[in-house]
Design a protein around this ligand. Structure first.
Ligand SMILES: C[S@@+](CC[C@H](N)C(=O)[O-])C[C@H]1O[C@@H](n2cnc3c(N)ncnc32)[C@H](O)[C@@H]1O
Length: 269
């Protein structure tokens, strides 16, 4: 099971890596997560499932030259994008490691904080993963992860799903989504963290037109399914989906509502 999921993750994100930064919702989520972690200069941070590293790079700025951030991900192509961005910005306190979130290549008690944005729902054994994250935390260190809430993007998600069904697309969905804040809380308690808190929040953002919506939609995990359609069918899919999506336009644009959970805990002293 874990091997199948990892193979699908790698296939999906390999294909997305170069356009992944078009996806605004994960960046909104990551920037909120970095605020909530309350990082301090000099701290050592692990960003699990770092992707193209925008959370890790934001964290690197906060912890500064006396601190250090390590971004770990399963997909080499996502890490290459992270490394490229770090080099372009002259970041010297971030490093990138290929690896599995459930089996970390670090000694015990290495980090002050372990953070993970939009990644935990890909892990088949989340409890084992959280225990592993606890192992690499220093006593008193913080863990924080995000998931999408129950009614995340309800209407647009349903619309997109209808169109996927109509076109016979099979989309790889995260196997363990954790939409319920109580599930997040339970996991942290069971993994023996203290000071457990889960914040559920909603954030709206807007697309100015259908093209912008499509740019984001086609840069998400649906991409590998879309790639299986002929060019003609793909163009028809886009046209049909956008006809419906554009009906949702308001004066500010087409609204997407993110429902997010942020789960925080602390390793016992
Ligand atoms: C939706 S992206 C999130 C990336 C980044 N954290 C962000 O906020 O944009 C999910 C990432 O999780 C990574 N991933 C999935 N399963 C993983 C695992 N078992 N170990 C490490 N990374 C994993 C994928 O390769 C992908 O880069």
């Amino acid at each position: 099971m874990a091997g199948d999921v990892q193979a699908q993750v790698k296939d999906t994100y390999r294909e997305l890596a170069s356009d992944y930064d078009n996806v605004r919702f994960v960046r909104i989520c990551a920037s909120r997560l970095v605020d909530l972690t309350q990082l301090q200069p000099g701290e050592s941070v692990l960003d699990v499932a770092t992707g193209t590293g925008h959370l890790a790079l934001a964290a690197a700025q906060v912890v500064g030259p006396t601190g250090k951030v390590t971004g770990l991900d399963l997909t080499k192509e996502m890490l290459e994008q992270a490394r490229r961005k770090a080099d372009a910005k002259g970041v010297t306190n971030a490093e990138w490691r290929e690896g599995d979130a459930e089996r970390l290549p670090f000694p015990d008690a290495t980090f002050d904080a372990v953070i993970c944005s939009s990644g935990i729902f890909f892990l088949p054994n989340q409890l084992a993963a959280l225990r592993e994250w606890g192992r690499v935390l220093k006593p008193g260190g913080r863990v924080i992860f995000s998931t999408f809430g129950k009614d995340n993007n309800q209407y647009l998600a349903e619309l997109a799903k209808q169109w996927q069904e109509r076109y016979g697309l099979t989309v790889f969905e995260a196997p363990t989504p954790l939409p319920d804040p109580n599930q997040c809380r339970r996991l942290l308690v069971d993994a023996d963290f203290t000071d457990v808190q889960v914040l559920s929040e909603r954030h709206d953002y807007y697309f100015s037109n259908g093209d912008e919506f499509w740019t984001e939609f086609s840069s998400t995990h649906v991409r590998s399914a879309l790639a299986k359609l002929s060019a003609e069918r793909r163009a028809q899919f886009r046209k049909d989906l956008l006809t419906d999506v554009e009906k949702l336009a308001r004066p500010q644009g087409i609204c997407r509502t993110l429902a997010l959970n942020f789960a925080l805990g602390r390793k016992r002293q």
